[in-house]
Design a protein around this ligand. Structure first.
Ligand code: SF4
Length: 446
C-alpha cells in the first residue's frame, strides 16, 4: 500500500453492512412497526434468517460483539426457550408466507450450545418458516469449544457452511488477546469438519492485533493457506478502548503502527491471491468455484450483516437478543438485554425495540455504497441528483481528496476504486455517505 494511503487505514469507517448504519437506529421503531412489515411478506419471498447466540466461555480482549461470558448452561437453556418462543411469534405473523434460503447462526459462540439445542432451534425454524431444499445453513464456530462429535452432528442436521475464528496463530499474539488455540487444535477441527462432508469452510483472520509482527503474521497466513479453507476473511482490528472496556486490556504500545498494519494487510492479500484465492470485495477471499467467488464473477455479490454474501434474499429475519432484521425498508433490532429479551419473547411478543426506516434518499445512498463495495465501481450521478447542495459539496470535496491521492478515480460520473487501494474501500464509501463524519475527525495517528 502506498505510504500516503496509510493514514486512511486509521479511519474508523463504518462496515456498511447496513445503511443507515446502526448509529441511526432509534426507539421510534418497535414491535408494531416490525409486525406490520412481517404481515406484508409475500408467499415464497426468499428470507435470510439470522440467529444470535450471545454466550461465550471466555472473553477475548479484542471482542466487539454483543456477547456475555456464561458458565451456567441453565441460562443458555432459558435463552433457547425464549428464542423458540420468538421464532413462534414471528411464525404466527408470517402464517407460512416467505421461505428461508439461508440460515446463519452467529454470536457470541453458537457452538456454546449443545448440538441437541441447536437441532431444536433449527427444527422450530423449519416448522414455522419452512426451508428450501438447497438452503445455506451456516454456523460460526469457536474451535476451543468444538466437541468431539460436533462437526458430524451439525453436518447431519444440515449445516453446510462452517466458519472458524482463527485470528492469529502466534502464541504471543494469542496471549495478548486472551485467546489461546494451538495450530494442532485448529488442524483437528478442520479434519473433523472435512470428514463430516462440509465443503464450504471459512476462516476469520485479524490484522492489527497486539504483538503482531511482519514475520509472525506471515507465518499465520502461511498456516491458513496450508489448511486450505474455502474462504478467508481478513478483518482489521479496530481498537476502541473508550467504548469497549475489554479492549482496555490491550496495551496501546503493543499495537502495530500504520506502516506495519499496511504491510500486514498487503502480505495477506498477496499471499492469498498467489495461493489461488480470489479477492472478494475488500476483505474476503474465496477459492474459484466457491459460491461466493461465483457470485462475484457473475456480478451477484451482495453485502448484508454477515459481510459479502451470495445470499439472494432481500429480507432478513433477525432472531435472538440484539439481532437485526430488515424487511421492506425497515431495520428492526431486538432487545439487547438478555433478561428483558427473554421476558418479552416468553410472553409471545416480538422483541423489536429500535430501528430505522429507510427514506427514499437512504435507498439511493445505500444502493451507491453497496455497488461501490461489491463492484468497486458506481455511477454517482443518481446520488448527486438527490443530495442537497451542502451534501453534494461535501461529497465532491471528499472524493476530490481521495482522487488526488489516487485512492479513487472519477470519470464522467463513474466512480472507481483503484484496485491497489482495495483495503480503503470503506473509506471511499464514506465519501458517498452524507451522514459520515469528516475523515480527519476519525483518523487515529497511524
Ligand atoms: S469468542 Fe468471539 S464473540 Fe466470544 S469473546 Fe471471543 S471474539 Fe467475542
Amino acid at each position: 500500500m502506498k505510504k500516503e494511503w496509510r493514514r486512511y487505514l486509521g479511519v474508523h469507517a463504518p462496515r456498511y453492512t447496513s445503511y443507515p448504519t446502526a448509529l441511526k437506529f432509534t426507539p421510534d421503531v418497535g414491535a408494531d412497526a416490525y409486525a406490520e412489515r412481517l404481515d406484508r411478506v409475500e408467499p415464497y419471498e426468499p428470507l435470510s434468517v439470522y440467529v444470535h447466540v450471545p454466550f461465550c466461555r471466555r472473553l477475548c480482549w479484542y471482542c466487539g460483539c454483543n456477547m456475555r461470558v456464561e458458565n451456567d448452561y441453565g441460562r443458555a437453556l432459558d435463552y433457547v426457550t425464549a428464542l423458540i418462543a420468538e421464532i413462534q411469534a414471528v411464525g404466527r405473523r408470517l402464517k407460512g408466507r416467505g421461505r428461508p434460503v439461508a440460515v446463519h447462526f452467529g454470536g457470541g459462540t453458537p457452538n456454546y450450545l449443545l448440538a441437541d439445542d441447536l437441532a431444536a432451534i433449527l427444527s422450530v425454524i423449519e416448522g414455522e418458516f419452512g426451508l428450501t431444499d438447497d438452503a445455506q445453513i451456516a454456523i460460526e464456530l469457536d474451535p476451543r469449544s468444538l466437541r468431539d462429535d460436533d462437526a458430524d452432528r451439525l453436518a447431519a442436521l444440515g449445516f453446510n457452511r462452517m466458519s472458524l475464528g482463527i485470528q492469529d496463530f502466534d502464541l504471543a499474539v494469542q496471549e495478548a488477546i486472551n485467546r489461546i488455540q494451538s495450530f494442532d487444535m485448529i488442524e483437528a477441527c478442520v479434519g473433523a469438519i472435512r470428514s463430516a462432508g462440509v465443503n464450504d469452510l471459512s476462516f476469520d483472520v485479524l490484522y492489527g492485533l497486539p504483538k503482531q509482527t511482519a514475520r509472525s503474521f506471515e507465518s499465520t497466513i502461511d498456516k491458513v493457506i496450508a489448511l486450505a479453507p474455502d474462504r478467508v476473511s481478513v478483518f482489521g482490528y479496530a481498537h476502541l478502548p473508550a467504548a469497549l472496556k475489554n479492549q482496555r486490556m490491550i496495551r496501546d504500545e503493543d499495537l502495530p503502527d500504520g506502516r506495519l498494519r499496511s504491510e500486514l494487510v498487503d502480505y495477506a492479500d498477496a499471499r492469498l491471491c498467489a495461493a489461488g484465492y480470489m479477492r472478494i470485495g475488500f476483505d474476503h477471499y474465496a477459492k474459484p468455484g466457491n459460491p461466493l467467488a461465483e457470485a462475484m464473477r457473475e456480478g451477484r455479490l451482495r453485502r448484508n450483516f454477515q459481510g459479502f454474501t451470495d445470499d439472494v434474499a432481500d429480507t432478513v429475519i433477525g432472531l435472538g437478543a440484539s439481532a437485526i432484521g430488515y424487511i421492506g425498508g425497515l431495520y428492526a433490532q431486538n432487545e439487547k438485554d438478555l433478561r428483558a429479551y427473554g421476558e418479552r419473547a416468553r410472553r409471545g411478543e416480538l422483541t423489536t425495540v429500535r430501528g430505522v426506516r429507510r427514506t427514499d434518499r437512504d435507498e439511493v445512498v445505500a444502493g451507491a455504497i453497496a455497488a461501490l463495495l461489491c463492484r468497486f465501481e458506481v455511477d454517482i450521478r443518481p446520488l448527486e441528483a438527490i443530495l442537497g447542495p451542502e451534501a453534494r459539496r461535501r461529497m465532491a470535496s471528499r472524493l476530490g481528496e481521495l482522487a488526488e491521492e489516487r485512492v479513487v478515480a472519477l470519470r464522467g460520473g463513474v466512480l472507481q476504486i483503484n484496485p491497489d487501494a482495495y483495503a480503503l474501500a470503506r473509506v471511499a464509501a464514506m465519501a458517498l455517505d452524507p451522514d459520515a463524519p469528516a475523515f480527519e475527525k476519525v483518523s487515529s495517528a497511524v
